[in-house]
Ligand binder design. Structure first.
Ligand SMILES: [Zn+2]
Length: 338
């Protein structure tokens, strides 16, 4: 098995003028990659620039970041041959590694746009090194820039950033330098190709939490009425548990939380994140993990904040209704008098 550490640079519709193509909002202009063997030794390098066919003008914001020149790109291969070359170079069963979750997503969207066949497994598991770095050296939630990680690990900055090959190279260097053993189990799930049947739904069991990815649903309500979505069991023993707090929505409404208690293993918290599919449907990512006393307090505070917000909203609505009623009454009186 080889690790394919890769990075992409892409362009988007120039602001104000051409309308973005909804099937290809981001057009890949450069692919860079480093191949590492199972002992993290470099065994290959890949670099291709790509001649654009959809957006022939560089978006101004993009131009500020990437160092690619549209005139030079005209001499490059188009995406189809470049991508085929890349897939062939990756070899059998590549384990993809990227900095953040978006490169693998956009790679597949571009492959689909040009109808290029690829047979990635489903679910497609990969390493988001930005997440692993955070789990290993930060709080697990922060998502630092690649350059920040390079500086923190004292990797020599011999190349500029924001080139596909250079960024892939730096990502590979971070991978080599990081002590990955304790966090290597934390694979990420690609959300580009979602489960299409209940059998394809994803259940992952990690040391510190469980993760579930659902099929798409038409609405949030449909998802939350689904027993598989709302079910929580103790991640340690799998036993059904006592609900201490039923699922409640966050103030923004795109997260739901619950608190349960296992008679043997104590408190467990559940989190449901509502995510949008590429179409206009939604899917669910649910995580279940043991809850500390502080987690329990945090959840209580969160629930209280939601209750307060709802209370305030109802209060406002009631006041508005009262004002409307009073105004209607006043008009009624005045029309009687006249
Ligand atoms: Zn238990």
């Amino acid at each position: 098995m080889n690790y394919i550490v890769f990075d992409l640079e892409w362009n988007q519709a120039p602001a104000g003028r051409a309308r973005p193509n909804p099937k290809l909002p981001f057009e890949i202009l450069e692919i860079g990659a480093v191949k590492l063997n199972s002992r993290f030794k470099t065994v290959g390098e890949f670099h291709e620039t790509i001649k654009p066919l959809v957006y022939r003008e560089m978006n101004k914001q993009t131009q500020k970041i990437v160092h690619l020149d549209m005139n030079e790109l005209k001499n490059s291969k188009t995406f189809s041959p470049a991508a085929r070359h890349f897939l062939e170079w990756c070899g059998e069963e590549p384990m993809f590694v990227t900095w953040g979750p978006s490169d693998l997503f956009e790679l597949q969207r571009n492959l689909d746009y040009y109808k290029i066949r690829y047979d990635f497994p489903k679910p497609l598991l990969y390493y988001d090194l930005q997440k692993l770095y955070s789990l290993a050296l930060m709080d697990g939630k922060k998502r630092p820039a690649l350059q920040e990680a390079v500086e923190a690990l004292e990797i020599r900055e011999t190349k500029p950033f924001h080139g596909a090959f250079e960024d892939a190279w730096y990502t590979a260097e971070v991978m080599k330098k990081l002590n990955l053993r304790p966090v290597l189990e934390y694979k990420s799930v690609d959300y580009y190709r979602l489960p299409e049947t209940r059998e394809e739904e994803v259940y992952l069991h990690f040391k510190t939490y469980d993760k579930y990815v659902s099929v798409p649903f038409d609405s949030k309500e449909d998802a939350l009425n689904d027993k598989t979505v709302t079910q929580i069991r103790c991640p340690k023993c799998g036993l059904p548990v006592i609900h201490r707090m039923k699922w409640f929505a966050s103030t923004t409404g795109n997260m739901y939380y619950a608190l349960i208690s296992c008679p043997i293993h104590g408190n467990v918290k559940g989190k449901i994140r509502i995510r949008k599919t590429r179409g206009d449907r939604i899917f669910i990512v649910k995580t279940i993990k043991p809850a500390t006393d502080k987690d329990v307090e945090d959840l209580k505070a969160r629930k209280e904040a939601v209750r307060e917000k709802r209370h305030k909203r109802l209060e406002k609505e009631r006041a508005a209704r009262r004002r409307k009623k009073a105004a209607a009454k006043a008009t009624a009186y005045s029309s009687k008098e006249s």
